[in-house]
Design a protein around this ligand. Structure first.
Ligand code: NAD
Length: 504
């Protein structure tokens, strides 16, 4: 019998009102490993959770921020204690290898400790008044109920990037995780709720954290449209992000969108080729290419093009596919059958419509145990030209497109030539080229002599163009999203002083 999981609403774990459910299965062993049964919620469940979060906000906002930070510290400690267990379950439900899911949990731990310390900062600014005997202050206040909608590829890190700063700022949460990773999300909420109970004791506030499982177009849409949800933080596809912006715009909600990418690594002719090779293998095929920051394009200088591709193809063909919780596995499965079909459709486009050269992979991987899951061979297309569909569109799978460039200007133009702008990388030993790239690449993140993946929790994370709407997660910047500024004027002159009038 598969384990049954619930929503958490107003401090109580409960089934959806309709009793409807959905299954969560292992993408590496689809038929044999049923992980659990989760509630398939409707808008009534969302309404109950929003009402609970709204009521909880009036108490939670009054808990001192350092105390809220203490709770986040305990959350980080609990995640640390359960790190291996969480990583194992995450690999089981979404497929990336154990070392990577451990990294995903670690990012959540780092974010918890950062948020904990921010509870003692949340700095405001003061400025002098233009009038005598008057003091001007400004400080941050929480906003209210946050709706959090997240994808499956970083099922721990991404929800923590959003909810930990939101909570420490004094907001309450209604969380809708991806349908493909409900177990990791449930463990996270269990940990947050347990830490709240432990730290607050008899003053525990039900409804500060709620989780409502279910479909995006039902649960997600109900959250976005609800007038008592004050802000939405969404990470996912550009298509869904645009829809969210439209609906949320109707009630002028604050919206943070972290969307797709078509990231590129440039390798110049003076680069350390071994290092660049390691980076592209990790960037393109780590997490089976299913990262928003994955290296989807490799822009190679013409002088090293043939040599580099020969080495790369040899290395890619040696990558070991398998279940990510088994030792020695480099690449796990695609997250679902439909994701694997999308990958295969793009491979067909690469071969037939774009007429690029298939240099590696290009097919399902079905040998032996691999036939049990949604595996796809790591794939490389060469002779890809700027503007081809496989060069422009996000594939979100183990497919790398290689493009030849003539010089640095050409490389940067190719890199910048898509609708997205999340991550980017250049390998060069020339300091002038490196700084030119830092200046001219249009992306939220640029790595010099590093892969396109590897963001750290205390740095701003996000992208330009259609990768988002200008907000950043991570570090100090995210605290601007989860607070409003309140300006306060204290007049101790004993008379009515009129700014701009009495003094000029
Ligand atoms: P997705 O857009 O299909 O789903 C993301 C979330 O939105 C899920 O929880 C889903 O249930 C929900 N959703 C779907 N339709 C909805 C609707 N109409 N209203 C409200 N919610 C809805 O994305 P995915 O397949 O889970 O994730 C892959 C995408 O996420 C890729 O495009 C990837 O680039 C992007 N991503 C971006 C970042 C970033 O930080 N920029 C990070 C990770 C993933």
């Amino acid at each position: 019998m598969a384990e049954k999981f619930n929503n958490l609403i107003n401090g109580v774990w409960k089934d959806s009102k309709s009793g409807k459910t959905f299954e969560n299965r292992n993408p590496a062993k689809w038929e044999e490993d049923l992980i659990g049964i989760f509630p398939s919620s409707d808008k009534d469940d969302v309404y109950e959770a929003v009402a609970a979060a709204k009521a909880a906000f009036e108490k939670w906002r009054l808990v001192p921020a350092p105390k809220r930070g203490d709770i986040l510290k305990l959350v980080g400690d609990k995640m640390h204690e359960r790190k291996d267990e969480i990583a194992y379950e995450m690999t089981r439900e979404m497929g990336k290898v154990f070392a990577e899911t451990k990294g995903d949990v670690q990012e959540g731990i780092d974010t918890a400790y950062y948020a904990a310390s921010e509870g003692r900062r949340l700095f405001g600014f003061n400025a002098p008044s233009e009038l005598p005997n008057k003091m001007n202050l400004s400080f941050r206040v929480p906003i209210g109920v946050g709706g959090f909608i997240t994808p499956w590829n970083f099922p721990m890190a991404i929800p923590t990037w959003k909810m930990f700063p939101a909570l420490v700022c004094g907001n309450t949460c209604v969380f809708k995780p991806a349908e493909l990773t409900p177990k990791t999300a449930t463990i996270l909420v269990e940990i947050i709720d347990a830490a709240m109970r432990e730290e607050l004791g008899k003053d525990y506030i039900p409804g500060v954290i709620n989780i409502v499982h279910g479909k995006g177009r039902i649960v997600g849409e109900a959250m976005i449209a609800h007038t008592d949800v004050d802000l939405i933080s969404f990470t996912g596809s550009t298509e869904v992000g645009k829809r969210i912006n439209e609906v949320a715009g109707g009630s002028l909600k604050r919206v943070s969108l972290e969307l797709g990418g078509k990231n590129a690594q440039i390798v110049m002719n003076d680069a350390d080729q071994e290092l660049a090779l390691e980076a592209v293998l990790w960037g393109a095929f780590g997490t089976t290419g299913q990262r928003c920051t994955a290296t989807s394009r490799l822009i190679l200088h013409k002088d090293i093009y043939d040599e580099f591709i020969a080495k790369l193809v040899a290395r890619v063909n040696k990558l070991k596919l398998g279940y990510g919780n088994d030792k020695g596995v480099d690449v796990g499965p695609c997250v679902s059958e439909s994701q694997r079909e999308t990958v295969n459709d793009y491979v067909k486009i690469g071969k037939e419509e774009d007429k690029a050269t298939l240099a590696a992979g290009g097919d399902y991987a079905k040998e032996g145990e691999l036939s049990k899951g949604w595996f796809y061979k790591p794939t490389i297309f060469t002779d890809v030209k700027p503007g081809m569909r496989i060069e422009q569109e996000e594939i979100f799978g183990p497919v790398l497109s290689v493009i030849k460039c003539n010089d640095l200007t050409d490389a940067i133009n190719i890199l910048n030539g898509t609708a997205y702008g999340l991550s980017s990388s250049i390998f060069t030993k020339n300091i002038n080229d490196a700084f030119t790239a830092i200046r001219d690449i249009k992306a939220g993140i640029t790595y010099i002599n590093g892969a396109t993946i590897g963001a750290e929790a205390h740095m701003p994370f996000g992208g330009v163009k259609q990768t988002g709407n200008g907000h950043r997660e991570g570090g100090w910047t995210v605290y601007d999203f989860y607070t409003e500024w309140k300006a306060v004027y204290v007049d101790y002159s004993g008379k009515l002083q009129r700014a701009q009038i009495d003094n000029y």
